[in-house]
Design a protein around this ligand. Structure first.
Ligand code: ADP
Ligand code: MG
Length: 272
């Protein structure tokens, strides 16, 4: 059975302020969805709520994975059931090596048939090579002292080894230079099949040259206000979000500026 994540009428508060105001989204195996939207609009909130971060309080709505209630699951159950989040700001964890971290997570989802040390390292090192990462990486502490780009690649490394069913990649492109973007894009693209679907949260077109989304959603003020195909990406890249607002009659607020693309530290580099 193809995996299926269904989000219905999701409303989420952060510190008693309503951030998500009713989000509906279904992601199935084999599908690539992209969510674009101005800063502060709730994209990361959606990813955190799906994974179960305790600060993100669900006030209404449902989330299910293969018809099972995700909101009833602890964070680790969500992960073991096949959800994965590549975080916008990955944490550094001193004292746990990268390899130990991923191996423990992998074994936790294979109870009774733990992967042998050798097999794990083959798989891990293959993924390291495919992501063109430095080979001392398995022995370094998780994300500690990694550059922004290395942290992002490290999220994808975990994803490749853990083989989730549905993954959310939150601004995996920020901090990556052009070459790294291509490597990451191609690696993610290769993973897409009937048993794997993903949601890309991104600001800009470039990543989506390598990972072709089937659906593009525009999120503004905590709602998905428009869904279309890849043609939306180009329009947003060129024109920002003003046209979506005027088309739909959404009022402006101070967060929402067209300069949003400038948020990616490497945008200038990419555009040159
Ligand atoms: P996006 O990812 O679209 O840029 P976020 O989901 O990060 O937006 O944030 C949406 C809104 O929620 C913002 O106004 C932000 O300040 C607020 N917010 C998000 N996370 C937190 C948090 N942990 N504590 C306080 N406010 C938060
Ligand atoms: Mg965000």
């Amino acid at each position: 059975m193809k995996p299926e994540l269904v989000i219905e009428n999701l409303k989420v508060n952060v510190e008693n302020k309503e951030i998500l105001k009713g989000v509906d989204l279904t992601i199935k195996g084999g599908e690539v969805h992209a969510i674009m939207g101005p800063n502060g609009t709730g994209k990361s909130t959606l990813s955190m709520a799906v994974m179960g971060h305790p600060r993100y309080q669900i006030t209404e709505g449902r989330i299910s994975l293969n018809k099972e209630d995700v909101l009833e699951m602890s964070v680790d159950e969500r992960s073991r059931n096949g959800l994965f989040l590549a975080m916008q700001y990955p944490q550094e964890v001193n004292g746990i090596t990268n390899a130990d971290f991923v191996r423990t997570a992998l074994n936790k989802r294979r109870e009774g048939s733990e992967i042998s040390f050798m097999k794990f390292f083959q798989k891990f090192e293959k993924a390291v090579a495919e992501l063109k990462m430095r080979d001392d990486l398995p022995h370094r502490y998780l994300n500690e002292g990694f550059s922004g780009g290395e942290k992002k690649r490290n999220e994808i490394l975990q994803m490749k080894v853990l083989e989730p069913k549905i993954a959310i990649l939150d601004e995996i492109d920020s901090g990556l230079d052009v070459d790294a973007l291509r490597v990451v894009g191609e690696n993610v693209s290769k993973m897409v099949n009937d048993n794997f679907g993903c949601l890309l949260i991104t600001h800009y077109q470039r990543l989506l040259d390598y990972i072709k989304p089937d659906y593009v959603h525009v999120m503004i003020d905590g709602r998905i206000v428009k869904t279309g195909g890849p043609e939306l990406i180009k329009k947003i890249d060129e024109e920002g979000y003003e046209w979506v607002r005027s088309e739909l009659g959404i009022e402006f607020n101070e967060f929402d500026e067209k300069v949003i693309l400038g948020n990616c530290a490497i945008k200038d580099q990419i555009m040159e």
